[in-house]
Write a protein that binds this ligand. Sequence first.
Ligand code: HEM
Length: 415
Amino acid sequence: MYRWLDERLSLSRLNKKFLRKAFPVHHSFFLGEITMFAFITLVLTGVFLSFNYEPSTRLIKHLGKEVPAAYASVLYIDSLPFGAVLRSVHHWSASIMIAAAFLHLLRILISGAYKKPREINWLLGLALLGLSVVTSFTGYSLPFDAFSVTATQIGYGIGASMPYMGEWISQLIFGGEYPTLHSIPRVYSLHVLWFPLLLAALIGAHMLVMLKQKHTQPAYAEKVAPGKILGVPMMPQQGFMMGVLFLLYLAVVFFIAGTWIAHPVEVFGPPTASTPAVKPDWYFIWIYGILQIIPGDLKVSLPFGAVMNSEFIGGVMIPGILGVVAVLLPFLDTRKTKLRYMELPTRHPVRTSVTFALLAFMLTTTLAGWKEEFGFSNGQLWAIIIISTLATYLVSYLIIISYWGRPPKGEAEEA
Ligand code: HEM
């Protein structure tokens, strides 16, 4: 069979070109793969959901009550054999994809793998992370229960707050001012077709660039075989490891999803006139936290009558500044580097400490998302955020240089 296909498709040439590529042996390289497994799981479970979901807000009778058809169809999915678990696996995989992509980003950041010549893959990766978050957000609105409608309304408001073009972008995504009759069909098409296609195309480009440029090598490879690419071939060794890891991924995600059913629509109920108290999914809570503590009456006037309000400053501008810094990073950080080896975080105390400080900022702004529950005032929360961010930087820097010493002269310039 292989020979028959080989004669027609020259499989052995393809095999030599791509499937013998060496994969470095280092646990941190599995993070990108876990992100990919979560994406594949999302597509597979998404196909099942799309067979049974009804993208419509028209009212239908369900158990004697008038409810939106989209909401009733999610209750129907939950009643199917394995329906609730598969929906829960879909929800959990979205969270895992975002978490794994973020950890993968941190690994690239602290090992300097974003530097020349890998700028393109860094930018493709940022686009992937941004699009994964937006795709997840569009999925949130689909069950059309009380919780999801309110959470989507908050997101719609943040998008619409962008001066000049915010209303236009939000209405383009939601087919008008959310929620209109057209919102769900529009968001459904983006969520199940256009965004996954774009994600698949970006992942494909990300992988091609990586194959062309080869991975960075773990630092130990420099000692073992300097100047050589160390690793196991893509096929069969790495392929086998990836297969095992994918099965492990499925086992873990099915266990979690079966034990903690995500987003129980029957508990939230159909949308009502009153607004339930909702919090966004965990990866948005740091932004929600900033919005909780930023003065609500903050306004900056712009030309032609536009304003930057607190929603825009907290919800778009602050995360946007972090995004712009991330985009510019490989072009600003052009210090000489050993192209092929992962840099040790302990040899780059400034970069590593800034990364920890960023995490402290995100964790403490997440804490602000529970302002009401913890009973802190805005002033206390701002103090906690600023002090923890600065203290984390200082403490990590001091720990690194006292345990591992200052980097030697050549490397000190890089640090
Ligand atoms: C969201 C979907 C993403 C997927 C599916 C994905 C997948 C992968 C995979 C499988 C690898 C090879 C293994 C590894 O190095 O871990 C890789 C490498 C890489 N990724 Fe991603 N990635 C994603 C997001 C990101 C993000 C958010 C960034 C950073 C902004 C990024 C930047 C890179 C870079 C620079 C490399 C080459 C690393 C090296 O050679 O050491 N990726 N990606």
